[in-house]
Design a protein around this ligand. Structure first.
Ligand SMILES: NC(=O)c1ccc[n+]([C@@H]2O[C@H](COP(=O)([O-])OP(=O)(O)OC[C@H]3O[C@@H](n4cnc5c(N)ncnc54)[C@H](O)[C@@H]3O)[C@@H](O)[C@H]2O)c1
Length: 438
């Protein structure tokens, strides 16, 4: 099947590459010419484990190409995916649909013969209907079916998630589109991934409802962590204790500095706005977003308090900047708030991240200093803060760290170290959801 993927970012590049790996003929299109140029040279513009190899193999097999020319790619395609960004609109929190609408217009003008246009971008309920109107306006004669097929992959495990999804949600009531989508995903349904066909509006809602629920789960355990700190209790054991209940499940129950990333913050806001305007406010989700924002703001204070009264010119070593491990994505990372609040209090920040420093330089204030390794980051610092739980930080040589730090204080915002390992070596330890000095 011939596929055009419009938007070659974290979602478009992974999905397009995986479809080509199933044997489909895929052209990934992006209007960012430098991105396409890099991809055409064999360079992968994002960090995603295993992606470089998969791209290389499928390009070599002639099934995967990269282009800036949308018209040409769409003209030849039977299925066209829209995988462009839907960031938060400044001011009101609605999803900014300008990229989606612009892509729909271009696709309408280029489509040739029966074409299935599939929205993979996360879009508010009703967007499929808007796209249909846009297409009808631009090209009244075009034979196009508009389908919703939201994406659930996680950065850092994106290929595995795409190839072994829990479910594939397809929103369409058009029998021809249903047939095309079934054929497209056949390799996965052979692997027993259920295809869930729904109405288009329902599919659009499923994506937002999933993300809102997961954000709520994280926020729940974060509040339980605060309670554990006040009344005594270990949030990791609480999480295990409740997660073993199959009605609850163990995932997304790790207390930490608050959720961030390219999806949860913007998707919870967008869903909230949709619900408010529809007169059915989601009060749980409204609270989740408020609690999460205040949590991110509180983490900088936690670091300052760990130092007591920080000495003049104190330096904090920040380990991990990306919003989670195994990605270079800095969008809405809690590290941004933490670093900013440390700088606001006159503390110097030295940071290290295994892959995210190039992206971090684009979003963090210029005064942040970057180190070449975790140990170089710690050297002479008054406090070490673990913000992102990269594997590379899980087995640091604690004795060496102790000799490098000016003051042996560790704030472990991901609870990756057993407190006793640090306390036993004479560190001052602050974690999340555990009584200090445990
Ligand atoms: N990142 C994730 O983990 C994830 C997971 C599930 C769903 N999503 C959703 O998928 C969508 C894409 O997210 P992303 O993280 O891949 O975004 P991204 O910003 O990484 O990529 C979007 C790409 O689209 C390109 N683009 C914009 N308009 C275009 C046009 N008219 N023609 C061609 N290219 C165009 C941009 O240049 C950019 O490269 C969003 O709606 C997001 O919410 C993201």
């Amino acid at each position: 099947m011939r596929v055009a993927m419009i938007g070659t970012g974290y979602v478009g590049l992974v999905s397009g590459t995986c479809f080509s790996d199933f044997g489909h003929e895929v052209v990934c299109v992006d209007k960012d010419a430098s991105k396409i140029e890099r991809l055409s040279r064999g360079e992968i513009p994002i960090f995603e484990p295993g992606l470089d190899d998969l791209v290389r193999r499928n390009v070599a097999a002639g099934r995967l190409r990269f282009a800036t020319d949308l018209t040409q790619a769409v003209r030849q395609a039977e299925v066209v995916f829209i995988a462009v960004g839907t960031p938060s609109r400044r001011g009101d929190g609605h999803a900014d649909l300008s990229y989606v609408h612009a892509a729909a217009r271009e696709i309408a003008r280029a489509a040739n013969g029966f074409t299935v246009v599939v929205t993979k971008s996360t879009v508010p309920v009703g967007t499929g209907t808007d796209i249909e109107h846009i297409i009808r306006e631009e090209a009244p004669e075009a034979d196009i079916a508009v389908v919703s097929n939201p994406e659930f992959l996680r950065e850092g495990a994106a290929i595995e998630d795409f190839k072994r999804p829990d479910r594939i949600v397809i929103g369409t009531e058009d029998p021809r589109a249903r047939e095309v989508m079934t054929a497209l995903y056949r390799p996965l349904s052979l692997n027993a991934a259920p295809l869930l066909f729904t109405e288009r509006n329902t599919a659009e809602l499923i994506k937002y409802a999933s993300n809102a629920f997961l954000a709520m789960k994280i926020t729940f355990i974060n509040e339980m962590a605060d309670l554990c700190e006040k009344v005594g209790g270990n949030v990791q054991e609480v999480a295990r204790g409740i997660g073993l209940d199959r009605r609850i499940g163990p995932k997304f129950l790790h207390a930490g500095p608050g959720y961030g990333g390219s999806c949860f913050p913007k998707d919870t806001l967008a869903l909230m706005r949709t619900a408010q305007e529809a007169g059915a406010p989601l009060r749980l989700i409204e609270t989740v977003t408020t609690v999460n924002e205040s949590r991110k703001a509180a983490m900088g204070r936690r670091v300052i308090e760990a130092m007591g009264t920080p000495p003049r010119g104190a330096t904090v070593a920040v380990l991990g900047l990306t919003f989670k491990p195994n990605t270079d994505d800095m969008r809405d990372s809690p590290a941004i708030n933490i670093v900013q609040s440390l700088l606001d209090r006159g503390v110097q920040v030295r940071a290290y991240d295994p892959v995210g420093m190039d992206e971090a330089r684009k979003v963090l204030p210029a005064e942040v200093e970057y180190a070449a390794s975790a140990y170089a980051c710690a050297e002479g610092a008054d406090c070490l803060v673990i913000v992102t739980e990269w594997d590379a930080f899980r087995a640091l040589d604690l004795d060496r760290l102790k000799t490098l730090l000016r003051r042996p204080i560790v704030v472990d915002l991901r609870n990756i170290y057993p407190p006793a390992d640090l306390i036993g070596r004479g560190f001052k330890y602050v974690g999340v959801g555990r009584p200090n000095g445990e």
